[in-house]
Write a protein that binds this ligand. Structure first.
Ligand code: ADP
Ligand code: ZN
Ligand code: ZN
Length: 721
């Protein structure tokens, strides 16, 4: 007997249902089975998909001549099928983010699964099963509730929980969640995450947990803490990582370990939300506010939001954590009486007797010597800290030496010929580099327009700041009389593999007195001996047109402040300095008081008045074309055409479609970019509109006005407007 099987393969098509093809099989295959199928001359990895609910209209099974159907090439035997929860997650993500099922499903699988032969795969599986067998004796029996985590002889001594930690954990166990753990930096959130994981792992023999962090750079630290804690009970192979910095072979290995149940703890970045984890019992999202959880290519998913969805589908707990939650999560965690859907767990105090929050000091730059880089009082404070053997961290959100090279004689500026941006002057190799398209050329010896030899630079990047600090601090020595050391950490100094880790190690070892860098150094890293943190020019974010800009600035500054004074043995209070021309700005007021709730409250009032998220829902369509007219024409035509869609009248009453505008970075690498914002008070209306609108958008490509259109993409719940 021959069966018709629906199979998802990778198709970057925009139609939601596109991607499932029909093949013949001599055995019925359950949905979720991994297969290899022929397509044209190639053989592709595929996932057997659930039969479509309405074959005729949905078009999942492309109506095709039965004689032309081809048989499957192979079934990946030995790999358990991807379960219904995983398939529900994929289907939801594809629908919600307006991408094809095939694209989302196949992107969620490790790339090497596509390339390996059946024989190679069998070998890997055997290896993973072998290690799994020694570390997870109960994984074959999903129903077992017998604990494996209790009573271990080798378990490390656990710290005594603070009252706040104990209370958070009690509430975690007593409620279904989702939870928002709102805890100050250094309040011991990670300890809470580990206890919650430990309790759930111990409660059931096969249980698995997923812990997500925003950045690859943060995974080694976390992996070390989790391995130290859990390896004694579950074996070193029970903790695996999943992130894009791994080799394809490592990724496949971790993925197989998670999928087979051998890995009990899966640590990863946003991509890990799609991992197949059959006995998942908890998802932790650390630093849940971090923009890195949002993907900016392919399906533009939010791993944080998908974690919430996945938790609901699987009927498991989800624990978000942050010292500066996203305003969305903060709003969702208002009291249940006010309509909140998450439970807020609060840990306002830092751990340790002396671990008070740093003193925030604002330097009014209006009253400092004109053009000074580091205000005299800040410089004096730094010198004093260095003299005591303490470390300072200075950050500035712009790398390179100077953002623009200019000619005073004729007003020439170092524009990028391909982008609407300046090329940045990098002194170290004397290049002009465009940070958008990558164009890099040697610095001209003279002005290209008038021949003037005296080119100057405007503004300041981290490279120049480092140089200026060296000048300002020349003559300052360490307590032992040796020379002061300044180090810089930014995207330029950390290009090489392992460079960041070794630079961080130097800071930790105390080899560095002053650390200069971009926001890269403000996030997450635990610098115990840093007692002074300074933000050189934070004001620029206050003038951004993006309504989320203050939220990002506040969170960055709180994070940076959290870097200071984590060493409880230091009795002197650490400080966070802000150089600002707007010292009385409410954002800095709230920061001075370490008062995130006050800041969030003020922002939410503004957002509500303006009808912005979380009080409305947004989608952005971005178009790229050879000309700005074509990009805008495409968007405006699609907008106009939506008026005649069958469901349009009912839906459009709930929507605002704004006119197309150039993106703030209008041209990158000679491609013109435009965007259109769609807003609605109803998420459902927005979703239904977008689904129906896909075909309309697609159809506009053929319009003569759209000649030169290259690509377009829908971004649901965009973070950067
Ligand atoms: P957060 O993630 O909230 O910034 P961490 O979990 O990293 O904070 O905790 C900060 C420091 O305090 C870590 O070194 C951690 O080991 C320590 N710590 C956490 N909980 C306790 C506790 N109950 N007693 C003593 N030290 C603790
Ligand atoms: Zn000139
Ligand atoms: Zn460029």
């Amino acid at each position: 007997m021959t069966y018709r099987i629906a199979v998802l393969v990778h198709t970057p098509a925009y139609s939601q249902m596109a991607g499932a093809l029909t093949y013949l099989s001599d055995a019925p295959l359950p949905a979720g089975t991994l297969v290899r199928v022929p397509l044209g001359q190639r053989e592709l990895l595929g996932v057997v998909w659930d039969a479509p609910p309405q074959p005729a209209t949905a078009g999942l099974l492309t109506p095709i001549d039965p004689d032309k159907l081809r048989p499957l090439a192979a079934v990946l035997r030995g790999l358990p099928a991807l379960n219904a929860h995983w398939r529900a997650l994929i289907a939801f993500a594809a629908g919600y983010y307006q991408r094809s099922l095939g694209e989302v499903a196949l992107a969620a699988l490790p790339p090497q699964l596509r390339d390996l032969s059946n024989v190679q795969l069998a070998r890997r599986l055997k290896k993973s099963a072998l290690t799994g067998a020694t570390t997870a004796p109960h994984c074959a029996d999903a129903q077992s509730t017998e604990g494996t985590g209790n009573g271990s002889q080798n378990a490390p001594d656990l710290v005594a929980l603070s009252a706040e930690q104990a209370s958070a954990i009690r509430q975690f166990h007593a409620n279904p969640g989702p939870f928002l753990l709102f805890g100050a930096t250094g309040s011991g959130k990670t300890e809470v995450f580990m206890r919650c994981c430990a309790d759930l792992l111990a409660a059931s023999g096969a249980a698995q947990v997923l812990v997500m962090v925003p950045e690859i750079n943060l995974t080694p630290q976390l992996e070390e803490r989790f391995t130290t804690r859990f390896a004694p009970d579950y074996g070193v192979d029970a903790v695996v990582s999943l992130h894009s910095g791994m080799t394809p072979a490592q990724r496949l290995k971790s993925w197989l370990a998670a999928h087979s149940g051998a890995a009990r703890i899966v640590l990863g970045t946003r991509m890990a939300v799609f991992a197949s984890i059959p006995h998942l019992k908890l998802i932790v999202v650390d630093e849940e506010h971090d923009p890195s959880y949002k993907s900016h290519e392919g399906a533009r998913y939010s791993a944080r939001d998908l974690a919430i969805y996945r938790g609901r589908v699987e009927g498991i707990k989800v624990l978000l954590g942050s010292a500066t939650p996203s305003l969305e999560s903060w709003y969702h965690s208002r009291t249940a009486a006010e309509g909140g859907r998450y439970l807020r767990l609060q840990m306002p105090s830092r751990i340790g007797a002396n671990a008070v929050l740093p003193l925030v000091r604002r330097v009014d730059m209006n009253h400092q010597p004109k053009g000074c880089v580091i205000a005299p009082p800040l410089l004096a404070a730094m010198i004093e800290r260095i003299a005591c053997g303490e470390q300072c961290m200075v950050f500035l959100n712009r790398r390179g030496y100077a953002p623009v090279l200019t000619c005073d004689a004729c007003d020439w500026k170092s524009n990028c010929p391909h982008c609407s941006a300046y090329r940045v002057f990098h002194k170290i190799d004397r290049t002009l580099r465009c940070h958008h398209c990558g164009l890099s050329t040697p610095v001209p010896r003279a002005c290209p327009d008038c021949g003037n030899l005296d080119l100057g630079s405007l503004g300041r990047g981290t490279e120049r700041l480092e140089e200026q600090l060296a000048l300002l601090l020349s003559g300052v020595t360490r307590p032992d009389g040796s020379a002061l050391r300044i180090a810089r950490i930014d995207a330029d100094t950390t290009r090489a593999r392992g460079a960041l880790q070794s630079q961080l190690a130097q800071v930790h070892a105390g080899a560095v007195d002053v650390l200069v860098g971009t926001q890269m150094i403000a996030k997450g890293h635990d610098f115990r001996r840093i007692t002074l943190v300074a933000a050189i020019n934070p004001d620029s974010a206050l003038f951004s047109s993006d309504f989320r800009s203050p939220e990002r600035l506040f969170s960055l500054l709180m994070q940076a402040a959290g870097r200071a004074g984590r060493d409880a043995s230091n009795s002197r209070r650490s400080e966070m300095w802000l150089q600002t021309f707007l010292p009385t700005h409410p954002l800095y007021e709230a920061l001075k008081n370490h008062d995130y709730p006050a800041f969030a409250q003020a922002q939410l009032v503004e957002r509500q008045l303006a009808g912005m998220p979380p009080f409305s829902f947004q989608a952005l369509v971005r178009a790229e074309a050879r000309t700005q007219q074509a990009a805008q024409a495409f968007l405006n035509l699609a907008s106009a055409a939506s008026a005649v869609m069958p469901e349009a009248a009912a839906l459009r009453a709930h929507l605002t479609l704004y006119p197309a505008v150039p993106m703030s970075m209008q041209r990158v690498a000679n491609v013109e970019r435009a965007q259109m914002l769609i807003e609605s008070a109803s998420r459902t209306a927005l979703q239904r509109f977008l689904s129906a609108w896909q075909a309309v958008l697609h159809a506009q490509r053929a319009q003569p006005e759209c000649k030169g259109l290259l690509r377009w993409a829908v971004d649901v719940d965009p973070l950067l407007i």
